[in-house]
Design a protein. Structure first.
Ligand code: NAD
Length: 480
């Protein structure tokens, strides 16, 4: 008998308790060597005035057991309440969000019969780091952070996932034709990692055409790996296209901990009526069993569930006259799955999962020679009819160390020297100073800033211009 694994279960709100209990009943009936602690999170906790929706005792258990199976939670609107999901994801460093979208035609109606894809989304970085500033009267900005370890982790996870779940192709989606450094880094790491997985086909698509394909021809896609914002949008397009919110599960996975849940919410409109479909959380639970190294039990449960679907035993949300055989409630659907444990589907493809869970190591980082070669000085300026020649003439007179004005841009477009009068100008200017010869010191930058300020300009921020082993670590201005 395999050693028992211990997880944490949160029943959640609305239909959460019905569908989560149904799932645990199937897991037990399959003889899965699993023990669990139940924690209280969500509505009842918010009502006690705990704004996070999660008491300290629950945190202790989640952190000890590392793996959480969670029913959907009702987040109260307003009042400073925080989403339990976001809190758990951020606090436990769950860097990967995995969402499956699959059609089970002809047994369950779907808009795209051939859809069977998984979207693996980076969960911690990109524009979601939440670093935003208003810098001038007219201009706001957000910092998009893409890191080598963050990107490598999600990309390796995607390839390992493909192997563990018997999938054949991983598609990376970025916008690196525009964001050559950030999205470019993600794409570059994808290419580096892909060569280590010769058994898996890999390709890259620009996110705009990729998103169009997710919507229009999802059957051409298998595993997709992408950055946080793109993944957020793609996941919702995919869920819509797959059509069956009640059938999809999702996982949030970190280096230490992981959380598994259905993609749907707590459905308060049907709570307590024994009609909810437990498939979403059940599918998530099978992902969990693979994750904790019990793939044979995941396989047994998933195959029994597929048998139930193809036998036409359906809950009301997927019941269709002509396709279905029998309309059942949550409890009877659960019984039907339990009766089929040990069987494999005849028409739908049976699943096969490889053991061992998903593990990977990051490559030792290569440290490259970093040199400061210049600085972008951003200024807030709305005088002189916004004529860049005025700023240019004033800043041409300034130098510090080897630093000299090279160009000025407005919203990334070069306006000095030699800009076009047609270019629209805001009150936010980027003045690029570079050194042709001497390497630049921090004191040079401080001295330059002092001089820019003394020339009457309000400096709002700077960005250092570095090279790494001589390679430019910053983008050029449009028209530079
Ligand atoms: P919802 O997914 O709960 O419901 C949308 C519709 O789908 C409803 O008509 C519902 O009856 C139906 N439905 C959902 N799951 C079903 C199932 N398993 N079987 C049969 N029918 C099902 O979305 P909503 O109504 O927008 O949100 C309700 C609550 O859930 C909100 O408080 C929201 O914040 C919360 N929510 C939680 C999570 C989560 O915990 N991960 C995710 C989404 C929404």
């Amino acid at each position: 008998m395999a050693e028992k694994k211990r997880i944490t279960v949160a029943y959640g709100d609305g239909i959460g308790p019905e569908i989560t209990r149904a799932t645990m009943r199937i897991i037990e009936a399959a003889g899965t060597p699993l023990e669990y602690d139940v924690i209280e999170v969500g509505e009842s906790v918010y009502k006690k005035g705990i704004l996070s929706g999660m008491p300290n005792e629950a945190w202790d258990i989640v952190r000890k057991n590392k793996v959480l199976l969670k029913g959907p939670i009702t987040t109260p609107q307003g009042g400073g309440f925080k989403s339990v999901n976001v809190t758990i994801r951020k606090s436990l460093g769950l860097f990967a969000n995995v969402r499956q979208c699959k059609a089970y035609t002809p047994y369950v109606a779907a808009t795209h019969p051939g859809i069977n894809m998984v979207i693996i989304r980076e969960n911690e970085e990109d524009l979601y780091a939440g670093i935003e500033h208003q810098q001038t009267q007219e201009v706001t900005q957000v910092l998009k952070l893409v890191t080598r370890p963050g990107s490598e982790s999600i990309i390796r996870y995607a390839f390992e996932y493909a192997r563990a779940y018997g999938r054949h192709k991983v598609t990376c989606m970025t916008k690196d034709n525009i964001m050559k450094l950030t999205d470019g880094l993600f794409h570059k790491i994808f290419d580096e990692v892909a060569v280590e997985y010769p058994d898996i086909t890999s390709n890259h698509q620009i996110i705009d055409i990729g998103a169009a394909r997710v919507a229009a021809m999802p059957e051409t896609l298998d595993v997709i790996v992408t950055l946080n914002l793109y993944g957020d949008i793609l996941s919702d397009i995919a869920a819509q296209v797959a059509g069956s919110v009640g059938l999809a599960g999702s996982a949030n996975v970190g280096r230490e901990a992981a959380m598994f849940e259905a993609i749907h919410g707590s459905a308060p409109d049907i709570a307590g009526r024994d009609i909810a479909n437990p498939s979403g959380i059940l599918v998530a639970a099978t992902q969990m069993l693979v994750h904790i190294g019990l793939p044979e039990y995941a396989e047994k449960i998933k195959n029994a569930w597929l048998c139930t679907l193809e036998d036409g035993i359906h809950t009301v949300d997927i019941y269709r006259e002509g396709l279905s055989q029998q309309e059942v409630g949550t409890a009877a659907f659960t019984d039907a799955i339990i009766e089929r444990l040990g069987r494999k589907p005849r028409q739908l493809d049976p699943v096969e999962y490889r053991g061992g869970g998903i593990h990977f190591e990051l490559k030792e980082p290569v440290v490259r020679k970093k040199e400061l070669t210049g600085v972008d000085v951003f200024i807030h300026w709305a005088d002189g009819d916004r004529d860049p020649e005025i700023i240019g003439a004033a800043l041409e007179k300034i130098s510090a160390g080897g630093l000299k004005l090279k160009m000025i841009t407005n919203r990334g477009v070069k306006v000095y020297p030699g800009g076009f009068p047609e270019t629209f100008k805001t009150d936010h200017w980027r003045c690029r100073f570079v050194s042709e010869s001497a390497s630049v010191t921090f004191d040079d930058v401080l001295s330059l800033l002092q001089k820019v300020y003394q020339a009457g300009f309000e400096v709002i921020k700077t960005e250092h211009l570095y090279t790494f082993d001589g390679e430019r670590g910053y983008s050029l201005g449009q028209g530079e």
